[in-house]
Design a protein. Structure first.
Length: 359
Protein backbone atom coordinates (compact mmCIF):
# COMPACT_ATOMS: atom_id res chain seq x y z
CA UNK A 1 0.00 0.00 0.00
CA UNK A 2 1.22 3.58 -0.63
CA UNK A 3 2.64 5.42 2.33
CA UNK A 4 -0.05 7.55 3.92
CA UNK A 5 0.53 11.21 4.78
CA UNK A 6 1.15 11.69 8.47
CA UNK A 7 -0.37 14.24 10.79
CA UNK A 8 2.11 16.79 12.14
CA UNK A 9 1.68 19.38 14.82
CA UNK A 10 4.07 22.21 13.98
CA UNK A 11 4.72 24.61 16.83
CA UNK A 12 2.86 27.92 16.81
CA UNK A 13 5.86 29.58 18.47
CA UNK A 14 8.82 27.74 16.94
CA UNK A 15 12.42 28.02 18.07
CA UNK A 16 13.54 26.97 14.60
CA UNK A 17 11.93 27.57 11.21
CA UNK A 18 13.12 25.25 8.43
CA UNK A 19 12.83 26.60 4.87
CA UNK A 20 12.15 24.90 1.54
CA UNK A 21 11.11 27.69 -0.83
CA UNK A 22 11.04 25.78 -4.11
CA UNK A 23 7.97 24.35 -5.77
CA UNK A 24 9.74 21.48 -7.52
CA UNK A 25 10.57 18.46 -5.38
CA UNK A 26 14.37 18.19 -5.20
CA UNK A 27 17.06 16.61 -3.06
CA UNK A 28 16.71 19.52 -0.64
CA UNK A 29 12.98 18.81 -0.44
CA UNK A 30 13.71 15.14 0.29
CA UNK A 31 16.10 16.13 3.07
CA UNK A 32 13.57 18.45 4.71
CA UNK A 33 10.79 15.90 4.17
CA UNK A 34 12.77 13.30 6.11
CA UNK A 35 14.33 15.48 8.79
CA UNK A 36 11.52 17.69 10.05
CA UNK A 37 9.36 14.88 11.50
CA UNK A 38 12.39 13.76 13.53
CA UNK A 39 13.35 17.31 14.51
CA UNK A 40 9.82 17.84 15.82
CA UNK A 41 10.74 15.40 18.58
CA UNK A 42 13.74 17.55 19.56
CA UNK A 43 12.81 21.19 18.95
CA UNK A 44 9.84 23.51 18.60
CA UNK A 45 9.86 23.49 14.80
CA UNK A 46 8.12 25.54 12.14
CA UNK A 47 8.24 24.85 8.43
CA UNK A 48 8.14 27.46 5.65
CA UNK A 49 7.50 26.17 2.15
CA UNK A 50 5.19 24.06 0.02
CA UNK A 51 3.43 21.07 1.60
CA UNK A 52 5.63 17.96 1.48
CA UNK A 53 4.79 14.39 0.56
CA UNK A 54 4.83 13.27 4.18
CA UNK A 55 1.85 15.54 4.89
CA UNK A 56 3.87 18.38 6.39
CA UNK A 57 2.01 21.69 5.87
CA UNK A 58 3.98 24.87 5.30
CA UNK A 59 3.68 28.53 6.15
CA UNK A 60 4.42 31.33 3.69
CA UNK A 61 7.49 33.56 3.90
CA UNK A 62 5.21 36.41 5.02
CA UNK A 63 3.91 34.24 7.85
CA UNK A 64 7.46 33.29 8.85
CA UNK A 65 8.38 36.98 9.02
CA UNK A 66 5.26 37.79 11.04
CA UNK A 67 5.96 34.99 13.53
CA UNK A 68 9.56 36.18 13.84
CA UNK A 69 8.78 39.80 14.71
CA UNK A 70 9.37 38.79 18.33
CA UNK A 71 11.64 36.09 19.76
CA UNK A 72 10.06 32.80 20.82
CA UNK A 73 9.20 32.05 24.43
CA UNK A 74 12.30 31.34 26.54
CA UNK A 75 14.71 32.15 23.68
CA UNK A 76 16.49 35.41 22.76
CA UNK A 77 16.00 34.73 19.03
CA UNK A 78 14.62 32.29 16.49
CA UNK A 79 16.76 30.22 14.12
CA UNK A 80 16.02 30.21 10.40
CA UNK A 81 17.58 27.18 8.67
CA UNK A 82 17.97 27.79 4.93
CA UNK A 83 19.49 25.69 2.17
CA UNK A 84 19.30 27.74 -1.05
CA UNK A 85 20.66 31.08 -2.28
CA UNK A 86 17.25 32.78 -2.53
CA UNK A 87 16.42 31.58 0.98
CA UNK A 88 19.66 33.16 2.24
CA UNK A 89 18.68 36.41 0.51
CA UNK A 90 15.25 36.41 2.17
CA UNK A 91 16.78 35.55 5.53
CA UNK A 92 19.39 38.31 5.33
CA UNK A 93 16.68 40.82 4.46
CA UNK A 94 14.64 39.64 7.45
CA UNK A 95 17.59 39.81 9.86
CA UNK A 96 19.51 42.87 8.65
CA UNK A 97 16.85 45.10 7.07
CA UNK A 98 13.72 44.20 9.04
CA UNK A 99 15.88 43.66 12.14
CA UNK A 100 14.08 40.51 13.18
CA UNK A 101 15.50 38.67 16.21
CA UNK A 102 16.72 35.65 14.22
CA UNK A 103 19.95 33.76 13.60
CA UNK A 104 20.68 32.13 10.26
CA UNK A 105 21.93 28.59 9.57
CA UNK A 106 22.84 27.55 6.03
CA UNK A 107 23.57 24.03 4.76
CA UNK A 108 26.18 23.91 1.98
CA UNK A 109 26.57 20.81 -0.20
CA UNK A 110 28.36 22.21 -3.27
CA UNK A 111 31.74 20.62 -3.96
CA UNK A 112 33.15 23.59 -5.85
CA UNK A 113 33.93 27.23 -5.21
CA UNK A 114 30.71 29.19 -4.98
CA UNK A 115 30.25 32.28 -7.12
CA UNK A 116 31.11 35.67 -5.65
CA UNK A 117 27.54 36.54 -4.64
CA UNK A 118 26.73 33.18 -3.00
CA UNK A 119 30.08 33.36 -1.18
CA UNK A 120 29.09 36.76 0.17
CA UNK A 121 25.70 35.43 1.25
CA UNK A 122 27.31 32.46 3.01
CA UNK A 123 29.79 34.75 4.77
CA UNK A 124 26.85 36.51 6.42
CA UNK A 125 25.36 33.37 7.94
CA UNK A 126 25.56 32.84 11.70
CA UNK A 127 26.39 29.15 11.22
CA UNK A 128 27.21 27.00 8.19
CA UNK A 129 26.77 23.24 7.98
CA UNK A 130 28.69 21.43 5.21
CA UNK A 131 27.54 17.99 4.15
CA UNK A 132 31.05 16.67 3.35
CA UNK A 133 34.64 17.57 4.20
CA UNK A 134 35.16 18.57 0.56
CA UNK A 135 32.16 20.90 0.64
CA UNK A 136 33.54 22.39 3.86
CA UNK A 137 36.85 23.14 2.14
CA UNK A 138 35.05 25.62 -0.13
CA UNK A 139 33.31 27.44 2.75
CA UNK A 140 35.73 29.26 5.06
CA UNK A 141 33.16 29.83 7.80
CA UNK A 142 31.97 26.21 8.19
CA UNK A 143 30.64 25.52 11.67
CA UNK A 144 30.22 21.75 11.36
CA UNK A 145 30.32 18.89 8.86
CA UNK A 146 27.10 16.86 9.01
CA UNK A 147 26.44 14.24 6.35
CA UNK A 148 22.94 13.70 5.01
CA UNK A 149 21.13 10.83 6.67
CA UNK A 150 18.59 8.25 5.56
CA UNK A 151 15.30 7.22 7.15
CA UNK A 152 16.11 3.58 7.84
CA UNK A 153 12.50 2.67 8.57
CA UNK A 154 11.09 4.00 5.32
CA UNK A 155 14.06 2.80 3.26
CA UNK A 156 13.98 -0.74 4.57
CA UNK A 157 15.29 -3.98 3.08
CA UNK A 158 13.02 -6.23 1.04
CA UNK A 159 13.15 -9.86 2.18
CA UNK A 160 13.77 -11.18 -1.34
CA UNK A 161 14.90 -9.00 -4.25
CA UNK A 162 13.57 -11.39 -6.90
CA UNK A 163 10.10 -11.45 -5.30
CA UNK A 164 10.16 -7.67 -4.91
CA UNK A 165 11.07 -7.31 -8.60
CA UNK A 166 8.20 -9.59 -9.61
CA UNK A 167 5.89 -7.07 -7.94
CA UNK A 168 7.00 -4.45 -10.49
CA UNK A 169 5.27 -6.26 -13.36
CA UNK A 170 8.33 -5.80 -15.54
CA UNK A 171 10.24 -8.62 -17.29
CA UNK A 172 13.20 -10.46 -15.84
CA UNK A 173 14.12 -11.69 -12.40
CA UNK A 174 16.17 -8.71 -11.19
CA UNK A 175 16.29 -4.98 -11.71
CA UNK A 176 18.92 -2.29 -12.17
CA UNK A 177 17.76 1.23 -11.45
CA UNK A 178 18.94 4.80 -11.89
CA UNK A 179 17.06 7.48 -9.98
CA UNK A 180 16.87 11.23 -10.51
CA UNK A 181 16.10 13.76 -13.22
CA UNK A 182 16.62 12.70 -16.82
CA UNK A 183 19.20 15.19 -18.07
CA UNK A 184 22.85 15.25 -19.17
CA UNK A 185 24.44 16.25 -15.85
CA UNK A 186 22.76 13.28 -14.17
CA UNK A 187 24.40 10.94 -16.69
CA UNK A 188 21.14 9.49 -18.02
CA UNK A 189 22.80 8.97 -21.40
CA UNK A 190 25.73 7.17 -19.76
CA UNK A 191 23.33 4.80 -18.05
CA UNK A 192 21.52 4.05 -21.30
CA UNK A 193 24.79 3.45 -23.16
CA UNK A 194 26.00 1.13 -20.41
CA UNK A 195 22.71 -0.81 -20.36
CA UNK A 196 22.87 -1.25 -24.14
CA UNK A 197 26.21 -2.95 -23.61
CA UNK A 198 25.34 -5.15 -20.62
CA UNK A 199 21.72 -6.24 -20.97
CA UNK A 200 22.38 -8.59 -23.92
CA UNK A 201 24.77 -10.39 -21.56
CA UNK A 202 22.34 -10.38 -18.61
CA UNK A 203 19.18 -12.04 -19.97
CA UNK A 204 17.34 -12.10 -16.65
CA UNK A 205 17.80 -8.41 -15.90
CA UNK A 206 15.69 -5.33 -16.66
CA UNK A 207 16.71 -1.68 -16.20
CA UNK A 208 14.54 1.23 -15.07
CA UNK A 209 15.08 4.97 -15.33
CA UNK A 210 13.03 6.63 -12.60
CA UNK A 211 12.91 10.37 -13.02
CA UNK A 212 11.25 13.31 -14.72
CA UNK A 213 12.55 15.01 -17.83
CA UNK A 214 11.71 18.69 -17.59
CA UNK A 215 10.48 20.42 -20.77
CA UNK A 216 13.97 21.60 -21.76
CA UNK A 217 15.29 18.02 -21.50
CA UNK A 218 12.45 16.18 -23.25
CA UNK A 219 14.29 16.10 -26.59
CA UNK A 220 17.26 14.60 -24.74
CA UNK A 221 15.02 11.95 -23.20
CA UNK A 222 13.36 11.21 -26.55
CA UNK A 223 16.76 10.69 -28.15
CA UNK A 224 17.56 8.14 -25.43
CA UNK A 225 14.24 6.37 -25.97
CA UNK A 226 14.91 6.26 -29.70
CA UNK A 227 18.39 4.79 -29.13
CA UNK A 228 16.90 2.10 -26.88
CA UNK A 229 14.21 1.30 -29.46
CA UNK A 230 16.78 0.96 -32.26
CA UNK A 231 18.61 -1.57 -30.10
CA UNK A 232 15.40 -3.55 -29.63
CA UNK A 233 15.52 -3.15 -25.84
CA UNK A 234 12.48 -0.98 -25.12
CA UNK A 235 10.91 -3.76 -23.05
CA UNK A 236 14.03 -4.07 -20.89
CA UNK A 237 15.10 -0.43 -20.48
CA UNK A 238 11.99 1.19 -19.10
CA UNK A 239 11.45 4.92 -18.56
CA UNK A 240 9.18 5.19 -15.52
CA UNK A 241 8.87 8.97 -15.58
CA UNK A 242 8.56 10.80 -12.29
CA UNK A 243 7.90 8.41 -9.42
CA UNK A 244 5.93 10.04 -6.57
CA UNK A 245 8.19 10.77 -3.61
CA UNK A 246 6.06 8.58 -1.36
CA UNK A 247 6.58 5.62 -3.73
CA UNK A 248 10.25 5.84 -4.71
CA UNK A 249 11.42 3.59 -1.86
CA UNK A 250 9.44 0.71 -3.38
CA UNK A 251 11.48 0.93 -6.58
CA UNK A 252 14.70 0.89 -4.59
CA UNK A 253 13.43 -2.21 -2.79
CA UNK A 254 12.67 -3.89 -6.12
CA UNK A 255 16.11 -3.24 -7.63
CA UNK A 256 19.14 -5.39 -6.88
CA UNK A 257 21.58 -2.77 -8.17
CA UNK A 258 21.40 1.02 -8.05
CA UNK A 259 23.51 2.99 -10.52
CA UNK A 260 24.35 6.65 -9.89
CA UNK A 261 26.46 8.09 -12.71
CA UNK A 262 26.14 11.88 -12.64
CA UNK A 263 28.82 14.04 -14.19
CA UNK A 264 28.62 16.24 -11.08
CA UNK A 265 26.74 15.89 -7.80
CA UNK A 266 27.00 17.99 -4.63
CA UNK A 267 26.09 15.07 -2.34
CA UNK A 268 23.72 12.64 -4.08
CA UNK A 269 21.07 11.03 -1.88
CA UNK A 270 19.79 8.36 -4.25
CA UNK A 271 22.51 5.70 -3.79
CA UNK A 272 22.36 6.21 -0.02
CA UNK A 273 18.59 5.64 -0.07
CA UNK A 274 19.00 2.65 -2.38
CA UNK A 275 21.76 1.17 -0.20
CA UNK A 276 19.45 1.39 2.81
CA UNK A 277 17.04 -0.93 0.97
CA UNK A 278 19.78 -3.47 0.25
CA UNK A 279 20.89 -2.42 -3.23
CA UNK A 280 24.42 -3.02 -4.41
CA UNK A 281 25.91 0.16 -5.88
CA UNK A 282 27.81 1.32 -8.94
CA UNK A 283 28.59 5.03 -8.75
CA UNK A 284 30.72 7.61 -10.49
CA UNK A 285 33.40 9.34 -8.45
CA UNK A 286 31.52 12.50 -7.53
CA UNK A 287 29.27 13.72 -4.74
CA UNK A 288 29.65 11.84 -1.48
CA UNK A 289 29.64 8.46 -3.21
CA UNK A 290 33.22 7.60 -2.31
CA UNK A 291 32.26 7.87 1.37
CA UNK A 292 29.70 5.10 0.90
CA UNK A 293 30.90 2.77 -1.84
CA UNK A 294 33.71 0.32 -1.14
CA UNK A 295 34.72 -1.37 -4.41
CA UNK A 296 34.39 -5.12 -4.15
CA UNK A 297 32.60 -4.85 -0.80
CA UNK A 298 29.26 -3.17 -1.51
CA UNK A 299 29.64 -2.23 -5.18
CA UNK A 300 32.05 -0.36 -7.42
CA UNK A 301 33.21 3.14 -8.38
CA UNK A 302 33.91 4.34 -11.92
CA UNK A 303 35.39 7.48 -13.48
CA UNK A 304 32.97 10.30 -14.22
CA UNK A 305 31.62 10.24 -17.77
CA UNK A 306 32.92 6.77 -18.73
CA UNK A 307 30.06 4.60 -20.06
CA UNK A 308 32.36 1.67 -20.88
CA UNK A 309 33.77 1.57 -17.34
CA UNK A 310 30.22 1.82 -16.04
CA UNK A 311 29.18 -1.16 -18.15
CA UNK A 312 32.12 -3.24 -16.93
CA UNK A 313 31.38 -2.40 -13.31
CA UNK A 314 27.72 -3.34 -13.70
CA UNK A 315 28.70 -6.65 -15.29
CA UNK A 316 31.15 -7.27 -12.48
CA UNK A 317 28.43 -6.87 -9.87
CA UNK A 318 25.57 -8.60 -11.70
CA UNK A 319 27.53 -11.60 -12.98
CA UNK A 320 27.13 -13.22 -9.56
CA UNK A 321 23.65 -12.63 -8.17
CA UNK A 322 24.37 -14.13 -4.75
CA UNK A 323 27.43 -11.90 -4.39
CA UNK A 324 25.37 -8.88 -5.47
CA UNK A 325 22.81 -9.66 -2.77
CA UNK A 326 25.60 -9.77 -0.20
CA UNK A 327 26.95 -6.46 -1.50
CA UNK A 328 23.50 -4.96 -0.98
CA UNK A 329 23.43 -6.16 2.60
CA UNK A 330 26.84 -4.61 3.24
CA UNK A 331 25.67 -1.38 1.62
CA UNK A 332 22.75 -1.29 4.05
CA UNK A 333 25.14 -1.88 6.96
CA UNK A 334 27.31 1.06 5.86
CA UNK A 335 24.30 3.40 5.85
CA UNK A 336 23.14 2.14 9.24
CA UNK A 337 26.60 2.70 10.70
CA UNK A 338 27.41 6.13 9.28
CA UNK A 339 24.49 7.76 7.47
CA UNK A 340 21.36 7.44 9.58
CA UNK A 341 18.79 10.21 9.74
CA UNK A 342 19.22 10.24 13.52
CA UNK A 343 22.92 11.06 13.13
CA UNK A 344 22.14 13.95 10.79
CA UNK A 345 19.48 15.32 13.12
CA UNK A 346 21.87 15.08 16.06
CA UNK A 347 24.60 16.95 14.16
CA UNK A 348 22.22 19.73 13.19
CA UNK A 349 20.91 19.93 16.75
CA UNK A 350 24.42 20.55 18.03
CA UNK A 351 24.71 23.53 15.69
CA UNK A 352 21.36 24.94 16.83
CA UNK A 353 22.32 24.47 20.47
CA UNK A 354 25.69 26.16 19.98
CA UNK A 355 23.91 29.25 18.64
CA UNK A 356 21.48 29.35 21.55
CA UNK A 357 24.30 28.80 24.04
CA UNK A 358 26.25 31.69 22.52
CA UNK A 359 23.22 33.93 23.05
Amino acid sequence: MPAQPQSFSLDADPEVIVFNLKRRYTGVSATVNALVPLQLQQWRIGYCGNPLSNGLPGMTLAQAIRISLRPPANRPFRIWHVRRDHEMMAALFARDVLRLPIRLVFTSAAQHLHGAFPRWLISKMDAVIATTDLAASFVPNTTAVVAHGIDLERFSVSADKSLAWADSGLPGQFGIGVFGRVRPDKGSDLFVDAMLQVLPRLPGVCAVIAGLAQPKHRAFEQALRDKVARAGLSARIVFLGEVPAAEVHRWYQRCLLCVACPRYEPFGLTPFEAAATGCALVCSRTGAFEQLVQPGVNGDLVPVGDASALAQAVLGVMSDIDAAVQMGRRARAAVVERFSLQAEAAGISRVYQSLFDAG
